[in-house]
Ligand binder design. Sequence first.
Ligand code: ACO
Length: 349
Amino acid sequence: MIRSRIAGIGKYLPEQVVTNNDLLQYMDTSDEWIQERTGIKERRFAHRTNETTTTMGVEAARIAIERAGITPQDIDFIIFATLSPDYYFPGCGVLLQRAMKMKEIGALDVRNQCSGFVYALSVADQFIRTGTYKNILVVGSEKHSFGLDFTTRGRNVSVIFGDGAGAVVLQPTTDEQAGILSTHLHSDGESAEILAMYNPGTHANFWKEERYADFNEAPIGQMFMSHEMIDNAQLFPYMDGPAVFKKAVVKFPEVIMEALTKNGLTAQDLNLLIPHQANLRIAQFVQQKLGLRDDQVYNNIQYYGNTTAASVPIALCEAWEKGLVKEHELVCLAAFGSGFTWASALLRW
Ligand code: ACO
């Protein structure tokens, strides 16, 4: 039986470290508040002009490709997950293909926010299992620092996020003790607007909300973005934090158990759980609910913040670099985020 396995993994974190205290110059917050609510001590911010979501993805990809023992020319499909693309369109996949001088291969962008990498991995897994491709590059990368509200008004969102990238190369294997065992994908669009960035977009005040009333006055063809949106801070993400928290602590354990049950395994069989680094309190809640020991869960949100689509590959890469993931060990990747969408992947390294 052919399965897909991670043959190479890489990560890239920008140099600039931004501590909680560094944020005090922009907003009314405190190190104590941020650490207590989220676990975050510091995060990385990309260089303002020299680094983009794509360039960070390229750096992570170079390492993953080298560790897989191949070259960029050997890659035959790209899947790039991000919510902070260089351009509204085209996506980052083609920009990475160009930057890495790859062949004229397929490049797919995935827009599933926090669960983007796990969704992307599941797509790559299907292409490998069916024998369509032999070397798939899966990237998660985010440059959040470019588009958040770093004033007291936006502090409930902006203190959480950081920049960075992670990448893996997926290859086929016939080793029965290795590879992705199964992936599990879910969504519930009922709460799509409680963790979202509405603008720029084509909704054109679909909800008849007062704050978007100016859409009705906008000239035809210019309803996508307006001066009012800038003036009224409507170009920033919106998050109802408590509502996200409540749903996340239910769906995270559910989708992890779904993967374990499907494979006749239990939480005790897990060598390592890599949860999307949304919030340390969410990860601790999940750990407790599943009865996992500290050494069975890997967290690094303390140092990088929430890097959305990049968080799972960054954490997996770091855990592997520290020797915490060994051959044939059981690893579960799980994510929950905007949409809502949530997903898991169970694999043997
Ligand atoms: N510094 C200081 N005070 C703040 C800050 C800040 N950065 N942000 C909010 N506050 C204040 C609020 O104004 C509010 O003050 P008030 O009581 O005077 O009105 C108070 O703190 C409580 O605000 P809440 O939003 O209710 O704070 P909460 O305890 O829920 O914590 C948080 C906010 C951390 C966002 C929490 O809701 C959470 O973790 N939610 C999960 C969402 C999440 O993890 N999102 C990550 C992205 S999505 C994903 O990856 C899954």
